[in-house]
Design a protein. Structure first.
Length: 392
């Protein structure tokens, strides 16, 4: 505990030593990184540029016996850079021309111990990381409680409590990120915040939190119109906006009560069968594929349902997202699918997938005798209830 309390004092002292010593200063057209790392053992440190697609090594430096190192680089404009000791031990900086950046920390755990001064963008990223580390410590304490209580009789109650606390910690970090972005709309550091992960889960969802993506993008593209990072975010937001618009249009098109969009595809014999030709019958529009295990597992239940109601005015129109004709036909024969089975053999590129907004299979739409949509992705038990009511 004493060492943990002492370490921040060591870091502050190191930064003072850097600033008070004969460290290098940046010119107007370049930046300088002065560093002191403890426990570095005269190792090599690398300076990388974080581009849109990759990390590019710009330079390397030997850390001397005192733990000191130095970089000077002429950037085209403000950008993200990485100081790396190895692939699992690095920090991200946001540096502009003219900045003299002072970095210190423990080389054994650079990301967890570093401090940075002299670079506004880098200091902002550090603030984000400090908050994240604080909440990760809270999560670690939950793990300890979990392990201590996993064999107790009331473990399920304890787990529910731990889950609720974890959710609260997640929301705390998310609220921090939202506040950070709102206060730093003209800083590229907010891109780091926008895409921050909490464990394996992103804090900000492109769908649910789109307004934050849009708000930051509009602000950054105005301040940095030629910067690749602001341009990349702007392009992503444009694509997200297009996608969300398509989803809205699909939701309106496929709303309950609307007429089901027509489909005209070939069956296994090469004959064109139109969905609209089935008016007068209740139709289950089923989306599946020969390679989809859950779909294949569902086929026996569909066969049972079809056998029970086919004579009463029920039909299944099964659209396969296959790409190999023989695989499709073989699956139809193996599963004894004696209802209508059609495909354009275009896999997920089928325009029917877009028309019906199908992103995963199995999926279905229940269509009444008039051709109107009455249900979407219904369990077969619900389909049967409908058939019992309307096909007497």
């Amino acid at each position: 505990m004493y060492v943990r309390r002492l370490f921040p004092i060591i870091i502050i002292t190191a930064l003072l030593l850097i600033s008070c010593s004969g460290s290098k200063k940046a010119n107007a057209d370049d930046f300088v990184i002065n560093g002191i790392l403890y426990n570095a053992k005269e190792s090599t440190i690398y300076l990388e540029e974080l581009t849109i697609k990759d990390r590019v090594i710009l330079d390397s430096a030997k850390i001397d016996r005192k733990g000191s190192f130095f970089f000077r680089f002429k950037p085209a404009q403000i950008g993200f850079y990485v100081l790396k000791l190895d692939e699992n031990n690095f920090i991200t900086l946001l540096i502009d021309k003219g900045e003299t950046v002072n970095v210190s920390g423990d080389a054994r755990q650079l990301a967890q111990t570093y401090d940075v001064k002299g670079s506004d963008g880098s200091e902002k990223i550090h603030q984000i990381n400090v908050k994240l580390a604080s909440n990760y410590q809270r999560v670690d304490s939950l793990k300890n409680v979990f392990e201590e209580n996993q064999y107790k009789e009331n473990f399920l109650e304890i787990k529910q409590l731990l889950d609720s606390v974890y959710a609260a910690i997640f929301l705390d970090q998310k609220h921090y990120i939202e506040t950070f972005i709102d206060s730093n709309l003209t800083s590229l550091a907010s891109i780091i915040a926008l895409y921050q992960m909490f464990g394996q889960q992103p804090l900000m969802s492109e769908k649910d939190d789109f307004l934050w993506f849009e708000k930051l993008s509009e602000s950054l593209i105005k301040k940095y119109p030629a910067n690749p990072h602001s341009q990349d975010l702007y392009l992503k937001v444009t694509e997200i906006k297009k996608f969300l618009k398509q989803k809205e249009e699909a939701a309106a098109r496929l709303a309950i009560g609307n007429m089901a969009p027509d489909i005209q595809l070939n069956d296994t014999q090469g004959n064109t069968v139109a969905l609209s030709s089935l008016k007068g019958q209740v139709v289950l529009l089923d989306f599946w594929a020969s390679w989809c295990a859950p779909c294949r597992e569902l086929n026996p239940q569909l066969k049972k349902l079809y056998g029970k109601f086919a004579s009463k005015g029920f039909q299944i129109y099964a659209v396969s997202f296959d790409r190999d004709k023989q695989s499709w036909i073989k699956a139809v024969e193996m599963d004894k699918m004696n209802w209508i089975t059609v495909s354009d053999l275009m896999y997920w590129n089928s325009p029917i997938a877009k028309l019906y907004d199908v992103e995963e299979i199995p999926a279905n739409f229940l269509i009444d005798k008039n051709g109107a949509i009455v249900g979407r992705n219904l369990p077969l038990e619900e389909v049967e209830k409908y058939l019992l009511t309307y096909l007497k």
